[in-house]
Design a protein around this ligand. Structure first.
Ligand code: NAP
Length: 323
């Protein structure tokens, strides 16, 4: 099978397409014929070697994917060959024609959801659910600011928060991003590159601020966010790419709760709830992942550059040439 392999951590070009044997599923394992693999920012942090948890070299990147179950190991009853599934984690990496997964890393993918969309579920929708509900305790009628709403996690937050009855405000860094965020139902959109955008947000809320912020770039926005929060508001840090200096007094002023998480550390029961919620959201057509770009597997280096550039508009996915 064709698979991307990484022999040393470094720049995107360390990812090379190679021929590897098709892996055989052991007991409790499932082999998935990958039709699309999701590209997440964390894949780039791992590939560069700048992440707290690194795989042994060589490895095949990719946490998310979607495809068709192709073989199952002893004791697997949850899925059968021929089933459409999305993959949230695997034993062998999803940037490949086949991925070996534990049975609890695969979930049903309804007919009406494309494989490219399925590849955008695991990390983005898992993160969105955890941020809004498990950590942010969002309630219907509250105002939530999705700070970085044009990306994969942001659009997932938008779809869920809106359906939950929250008033959603979203930011993006480009005009196209803003249009997308508005098209997916944000009541108000703001350009996060605009120096006056915080004032506009405060004005929109009548000076009261927002009840919850889901923050994609805390090292840039944390201090400002605290001024945008309503009293006793909550701030959930999803993304941060550096350090920040700020006055903790802002937390006291707002009596704010500031929290964060790493999706990979989610306890098993809460992980189970996340995938129950994704499954229900797909079946009822509430969730509808936005795919921005599909590239061949061999273009993984290009995908890793693009996913870190400004101008997000949903998910980037990789597709094996044989599909
Ligand atoms: P993505 O698709 O690349 O989207 C990135 C988002 O951040 C875009 O909406 C982008 O807007 C926005 N952004 C850029 N500069 C910003 C700024 N100054 N202020 C506010 N927003 C800004 O990435 P993603 O998959 O949605 O992930 C978002 C972040 O969360 C990444 O840093 C990722 O590593 C992190 N993450 C963390 C976890 C976790 O477990 N904690 C899980 C998943 C993701 P424009 O491009 O329009 O400027």
């Amino acid at each position: 099978m064709q698979a991307i392999r990484v022999y040393r951590f470094g720049e995107p070009e360390v990812m090379q397409l190679e021929e590897l044997p098709v892996p055989e599923p052991g007991p409790g394992q499932v082999r998935v014929r990958i039709h699309a693999a999701g590209v997440n920012p964390v894949d780039t942090y791992i590939r560069s070697g700048a992440y707290s948890r690194l795989p042994e070299l060589p490895y095949t990147p990719g946490h998310d994917g979607a495809g068709i179950v192709d073989a199952v190991g002893e004791g697997v009853e949850k899925v059968s060959p021929g089933d459409r599934v999305y993959v949230a984690g695997s034993l062998t990496g999803t940037y490949a024609e086949y991925a070996l997964c534990l049975v609890d890393q695969v979930f049903p993918l309804p007919e009406h959801v494309s494989f490219a969309q399925g590849a955008g579920l695991g990390i983005p929708y898992g993160t969105a659910y955890r941020a809004l509900f498990q950590k942010g305790h969002l309630k219907p009628g509250e105002r939530v600011l999705i700070h970085g709403a044009s990306g994969a996690v942001g659009l997932a937050c938008l779809q869920w928060a809106r359906a939950w009855g929250a008033h959603v405000l979203g930011t993006a860094g480009t005009g196209e991003g803003l249009e997308l965020v508005r098209a997916w139902g944000a009541e108000a959109v703001f350009l996060h590159r605009d120096p006056g955008y915080e004032e506009q947000i405060l004005q929109w809320t009548g000076g009261r601020g927002v009840d919850l912020i889901v923050e994609m770039l805390a090292n840039v926005n944390l201090e400002r966010d605290l001024r945008l929060l309503a009293r006793r508001g909550r701030l959930v840090i999803v993304g941060s790419r550096g350090r920040i200096e700020f006055s903790p007094r802002e937390i006291m002023r707002a009596e704010a709760v500031v929290t964060g998480f790493v999706l990979f550390d989610t306890p098993a029961e809460e992980r189970r709830q996340i995938h129950e919620a994704i499954g229900a959201g797909l079946r009822t057509r509430l969730l509808d992942p936005v795919v921005r770009l599909t590239l061949p597997l061999a273009e993984a280096p290009c995908a890793h550059r693009l996913v870190l550039e400004p101008g997000a508009r949903g998910k980037i996915v990789l597709v094996p040439e044989s599909i």
